[in-house]
Design a protein around this ligand. Structure first.
Ligand SMILES: [Zn+2]
Length: 434
């Protein structure tokens, strides 16, 4: 029976040689033309700014920034950065006017991510103004510090505290400055840990930390345990010995939830092989919305409904764990995830990074950076090649916002550029190597 969720991977595996024809001469024009396509579609009106970095115009600004940082695009750098500034300026005004302060503190769906990206773009342009969005970002600390600041769940990546920490991490990486004080970071980490302890205790979990988002106990990167733990590991120097133990116990607990190289979307769910998919994100129905930005996001949830699995996201947690303590079982877990992504990662849900082919391929770039094994670079090249085939174009679901960073072409562009500089490649806005 034909798999409705992914294309069959008919590519032969690595035999010692990378693909010819995927060098800068071929890829740069392809990237430039994709960017032209994106810029024709991206709205520049303040009334069309919701979706944040996830699928709003701000994500396009980030993509332009990312491309302009690559030395191979030095010719386009100035134009891309200026365009990025125009786009992000509108998004900043939108975030400033956001009446819900909780949404302003959201990373992928709200203001925190927009301010962070604005600071990066201004800094690249040499503007002293970059401190303005930074101080706006910093002031959001107070919003997300209270343990239950969001009713739907205060700790995940898109709108919760893990996202706020993730943005701080990206800023540290890109600007070379720790934007929050040690005490502020400690406080946020402790709130995440306390919140997870309380939830696990209340629900009588047999492990120390657990979280829910709209009532669902997600495990994957988008709203689940794995990205929360990843951020705590990223700041583990700020934790006490006892807190660190809780985090590592939870990492090992999550590792124990593997089912044949994969993880259920939700704690306790059983993966059926025929339904298996390998997204970065999560997919399960949400119940209510915080506001428009989230209801926009519900489109994404509809697209990914009934998707039970996401090694492509969980791999980043185990990569982080491996980078910290070098225990081979963490790397082995990443490698096993990568094998499943190679088999089932040619997804039919578009070219994007959230639940599309580029998101799958980023796992290979991650594995390349972890192991130095060219096999993974080859596999990423094959997935890149597939995005340009007729089979993909004809058989893939159309994407609602074609310009978006997570579902649309902006994420694809980031991936194609990273394939040209694999030693620095990283899933957008989700740093493991800081
Ligand atoms: Zn997704």
């Amino acid at each position: 029976m034909e798999n409705t969720r992914c294309f069959a991977n008919r590519f032969s595996d690595y035999r010692g040689a990378l693909l010819p024809g995927q060098g800068a001469e071929a890829v740069i024009p392809a990237v430039v033309s994709k960017i032209e396509r994106i810029l024709k579609k991206v709205p520049i009106d303040i009334n069309d700014c919701d979706g944040g970095l996830y699928d709003g115009p701000a994500g396009v600004a980030y993509m332009l920034y990312h491309v302009s940082e690559c030395p191979l695009f030095s010719e386009q750098r100035e134009v891309y950065l200026k365009t990025a500034k125009q786009i992000i300026d509108v998004s900043v005004r939108y975030a400033d006017a956001e009446p819900d302060k909780n949404m302003r503190a959201a990373f992928l769906l709200g203001g925190a991510g927009i301010y962070a990206v604005a600071a990066m773009i201004y800094k690249s342009l040499g503007l002293a103004d970059f401190v303005k969005p930074l101080s706006k970002f910093r002031s959001l600390w107070e919003v997300c510090a209270p343990i239950n600041f969001l009713e739907c769940g205060s700790d995940e990546l898109f709108v919760g505290r893990a996202g706020y920490l993730c943005a701080a991490l990206v800023l540290k990486q890109k600007l070379g400055i720790e934007i929050l004080s040690k005490d502020q970071i400690k406080y946020i980490c402790q709130a995440i840990i306390e919140s997870g302890k309380q939830y696990a205790r209340r629900k009588r979990k047999p492990f120390p930390l657990m979280y829910s988002y709209y009532g669902t106990e997600y495990l994957g990167a988008a709203h689940g345990l794995s990205s929360v733990l990843q951020m705590l590991l990223s700041y583990q120097d700020m934790l006490s010995g006892a807190e660190r133990d809780l985090v590592w116990q939870s990492v090992d607990f999550l590792m124990s939830q593997e089912q044949n190289c994969n993880w259920p979307a939700e704690l306790g769910a059983i993966i059926e092989r025929e339904n298996e998919l390998v997204h970065w994100c999560h997919g399960a129905p949400g119940t209510t919305t915080v506001n428009d930005a989230v209801s926009h996001y519900l489109l994404h949830i509809v697209v990914t409904l009934m998707v039970p699995s996401r090694p492509a996201g969980v791999a980043y947690l185990f990569a982080k764990a491996y980078l910290i303590n070098k225990k081979p079982q963490y790397l082995d877990t990443c490698i096993r995830s990568g094998e499943l992504v190679w088999q089932k990662g040619l997804l039919k849900k578009g070219p994007g990074i959230c639940h599309g082919v580029a998101g799958s391929a980023y796992v290979f770039l991650l594995l390349y950076r972890l192991t130095g094994n060219s096999k993974y670079l080859y596999r990423a090249q094959r997935f890149a090649e597939f995005i340009f085939t007729e089979e993909f174009k004809a058989g893939s679901l159309s994407v609602t916002s074609i310009y978006s960073l997570f579902e649309g072409l902006s994420g694809t562009v980031c991936f194609l550029v990273d394939l040209l500089q694999p030693d620095q490649s990283e899933f957008p806005l989700f740093s493991v190597f800081v």
